[in-house]
Design a protein around this ligand. Structure first.
Ligand code: FES
Length: 314
């Protein structure tokens, strides 16, 4: 590479760095977050494990795996955001214009706190399935929201005193915490929409609806996990006795390779965060994944294995 080329490459890298926000760059470099994050993740997983079967059921419930079949945390977060927004408006309308009773803001604060406890339960559960840069974002997001929750509880204790009505210091504290929660919500939004946390990994592939060769039948020994490619979608092939099964090989949770997972009966466990899927129909059995794996129809033609989706995915 000539000096001129090296200079151009160096300049382009610098340009790309400048394009990233200061927040991205700071979080990207915050390696100190990784060790405490792993400790917290380990503690949460140990808690669920200690509860045995019911613990796994509770974990899947809080991820949204069952019965919702959709991430639960984003839905639950609407409650505290709505509650705290009403609190903020009602408090200041009560103080400046006296057009709403002072207790309205306090009731909204209580609803917000209850919603935030639910958000913390679902959020910390989802947190166990994060890694890398997404985990650093999730760590900051979770830390901010936890501090806000504690501040809101302190405000509740401070703000309303029978006889003297609304205490200004309590309102001020919760109002400042409300502004901080907006920043925390921004980070949570970036985690989902910018980094794809909990986004269905099959959402952006087409798959194939025409019969497509994916390999030879002789490569499929009983119970062996085999990776193949059908169009733009990696496929997991599994032979169970006489039956050939094929589901998407990319885990719907965060893209783990299911062909490197563990098969027990007709259930494959993802090697990354232990989501479990049925290889016969792609149904998710345990989270953190909340979406099923696309399942293929499979046939054998002259020693070749062919697959196709029963219908387009989108
Ligand atoms: S990638 Fe997370 S469970 Fe599969």
């Amino acid at each position: 590479m000539t000096d001129k080329h090296k200079r151009v490459v160096a300049q382009s890298r610098e340009g790309i760095e400048l394009n990233r926000s200061a927040l991205d760059r700071w979080i990207d470099s915050a390696a100190w977050l990784d060790r405490p994050a792993k400790v917290v993740q380990g503690a949460i997983l140990a808690f669920y494990k200690a509860l045995a079967g019911p613990g796994q059921g509770l974990k899947s419930l809080l991820h949204g795996t069952k019965p919702l079949g959709h991430p639960l945390h984003p839905a639950v977060t609407a409650v505290p955001l709505g509650g705290f927004t009403v609190m903020f408006l009602a408090d200041w309308l009560a103080i400046f214009f006296r057009v709403v009773p002072p207790l309205i803001g306090t009731f909204a604060l209580i609803i917000g706190i209850l919603g935030m406890v639910g958000s913390a339960a679902t959020g910390y559960t989802d947190y166990t399935g994060t890694s890398g840069m997404a985990r650093r974002y999730a760590s900051i997001h979770g830390l901010i929201m936890t501090i806000v929750l504690l501040v809101m509880i302190a405000s509740l204790l401070l703000r309303y005193q029978p006889g003297s009505g609304l205490v200004f210091a309590g309102v001020l504290v919760s109002s400042l915490a409300y502004l901080v929660i907006l920043f925390g919500a921004f980070l949570g939004g970036h985690l989902s929409f910018g980094m794809g946390a909990m986004v269905n990994r099959s959402a952006f592939v087409e798959g194939v609806t025409d019969w497509t060769d994916v390999g030879s039948i002789v490569d499929l020994s009983d119970g062996k996990l085999v990776r193949a490619q059908a169009g733009d979608m990696p496929v997991l092939l599994v032979r169970l006795g006489d039956r050939l099964n094929a589901i998407a090989a990319t885990c719907s949770h965060a893209g783990g390779p299911l062909d490197e997972g563990k098969l027990e009966g007709d259930i494959v466990t993802c090697p990354w965060h232990s989501s479990r899927f049925c290889v016969t129909d792609g149904a998710v059995k345990d989270g953190p994944a909340t979406f099923d794996q696309p399942a293929f129809l499979v046939r054998e033609e002259n020693g070749k294995v062919q697959v196709r989706l029963p219908a387009p995915l989108h």
